[in-house]
Design a protein around this ligand. Structure first.
Ligand SMILES: C[S@@+](CC[C@H](N)C(=O)[O-])C[C@H]1O[C@@H](n2cnc3c(N)ncnc32)[C@H](O)[C@@H]1O
Length: 447
């Protein structure tokens, strides 16, 4: 950093690149400044807000020459909400930024130079089946909203363009119930008040979880009555969470009222614990899992799947591959129980062995007879632990199918695997439009 670059100073400069969160990057004598809401190619006026030795952050003051890729965000909360990063960028450009982001990350983290295709997309808006919002206070009213960027101040919201209309409806119903019955919102500084988060999943019906700072759901009778009147078909749960910190759901979830019967996902009869993982964009999930099935076309051997969740991928593959048997390894016991029911309902239970265990521990115990087969991994954002990678190297699988939701950890893991495995296929999927996140399917084969 040159001495003259200090916080508070203003500059006019061209945006020369984009960063990993969709922000623009300008260079002041090679000193990178990250500017939210600025697009590559634009001439902008900025103010430095935070300076470090090697980089700084700047605030966008004025767009002097806008990019042809700039569009008007459709969400009134976009400037304040931390949920989306890319609503100001045309959708075609968003896809191109994600494509380049993966290409560059693989080069930087793994030294892999490979042409990455444009992410496959199915929808731009109203795609999320899951809503998670904090409760807050506005005067003496309880509100639901989002945390203003980089703060824990709850800004009230009435709708979100990433969800269908059910989201506005449930926000209204729950805040009305809280205010009609004087159920207080949690205050994380004073550590008092009850309502912490609302978590909702929409499949055939709404599955509503109230997260509260207490052992029991307050005013439950009034809430049940309101949900029956307003929604008819619903499932209501309570999750006690008295711990400090940012974790949304508590360790347990209690069913309170409503309909818990199975719902349909990809033709599977699914009953899910609110604690179990489900992809948030089912249209893209279907396209991605169809692609995984295509990559296994003609294979009728056995498959080991790590990080199998509730086994939507496992069961949908098992349906299409009647001669294969599966071992599905997942650490969360609720997800494993849900997975067993899904497989049983589909008549697949005798061909899938569900193992509730840490993926690394499972791989340590892997017998020689199970090696050389196909390994599928669909890990969380932190990627695969190094002990799993070590075992995958020793086991020399014929094929590894890696479904990743984080290009950075994907790059790190591919670097570790590349002596033994080479990339045969790589295809991103836009699971999270309007945000910088992207899903990537990679097929590796033994060299
Ligand atoms: C991205 S989801 C996989 C979803 C799954 N493929 C499906 O079709 O529903 C990742 C899963 O990995 C599980 N997980 C996280 N850490 C794990 C570990 N160390 N060992 C095994 N499973 C783990 C999580 O509980 C979560 O269900």
């Amino acid at each position: 950093m040159l001495e003259r670059h200090r916080g508070g100073e203003e500059y006019i400069a061209e945006v020369v690149d984009f960063g990993m969160n969709g922000e623009g990057i300008i260079k002041l004598d090679n000193y990178p400044v990250f500017v939210n809401n600025a697009i590559k190619g634009e001439k902008v006026k900025i103010r430095l807000t935070y300076t470090k030795k090697d980089y700084a952050f700047g605030e966008l003051l004025e767009i002097i020459e806008p990019s042809p890729d700039r569009v008007k965000p459709i969400c009134p909360y976009y400037a304040k909400c931390g949920g989306c990063d890319m609503q100001h960028i045309s959708y075609e450009r968003q896809l191109e930024i994600k494509r380049l982001h993966i290409e560059r990350t693989l080069k930087k983290n793994a030294g892999i130079e490979i042409e990455v295709l444009t992410p496959i997309s199915k929808n731009q808006w109203k795609y999320r089946n899951k809503l998670a919002l904090p409760f807050g206070r506005r005067g003496d009213r309880v509100v639901l909203g989002f945390y203003e960027k980089q703060t824990h101040k709850v800004v009230p919201m009435k709708f979100c363009p990433l969800h269908e209309d059910w989201a506005s409806n449930v926000i209204r119903i729950i805040t009305e119930w809280a205010n009609e019955n004087n159920v207080s919102a949690y205050d994380e500084l004073a550590l008092d008040g009850f309502l912490r988060h609302l978590v909702v999943r929409k499949l055939d019906r709404l599955e509503i979880v109230i997260v509260g700072n207490g052992d029991e759901l307050l005013n439950r009778a009034e809430l049940i009555l309101k949900l029956k009147q307003e929604l008819g078909d619903y499932a209501l749960y309570f999750s006690p969470n008295k711990a400090r910190g940012n974790v949304i759901l508590g360790d347990t979830v209690e069913f309170i009222s409503g309909n818990q019967s199975a719902q349909d996902i990809l033709g599977l009869k699914v009953k899910l614990s609110p604690l179990s993982f489900l992809q948030v964009n089912l249209d893209v999930m279907k396209a991605l899992y169809d692609d995984v099935a295509r990559q296994l076309d003609g294979y009728d051997g056995d498959i080991i799947e790590l990080f199998s969740g509730v086994g939507i991928l496992t069961s949908s593959l098992a349906k299409r591959m009647p001669r294969s048997t599966f071992k599905a390894v997942e650490i969360a016991s609720e997800a494993v129980e849900d997975a067993k029911v899904i497989a049983k309902n589909a008549g697949l239970r005798d061909r899938i062995e569900f193992i509730c265990e840490d993926a690394g521990k499972y791989m340590e115990e892997l017998s020689d007879s199970q090696k050389k087969k196909v390994l599928i991994v669909d890990p969380p954002r932190k990627g695969i632990d190094s002990n799993v990678i070590e075992k995958a190297l020793l086991a020399r699988f014929d094929k590894i199918i890696y479904v990743s939701c984080n290009p950075a950890t994907l790059g790190r893991d591919l670097k570790a695997l590349q002596d033994i495995y080479k990339i045969e296929y790589i295809q991103p999927y836009d699971m999270f439009p309007q945000t910088m996140h992207v899903e990537t399917l990679v097929v590796l084969t033994k060299r």
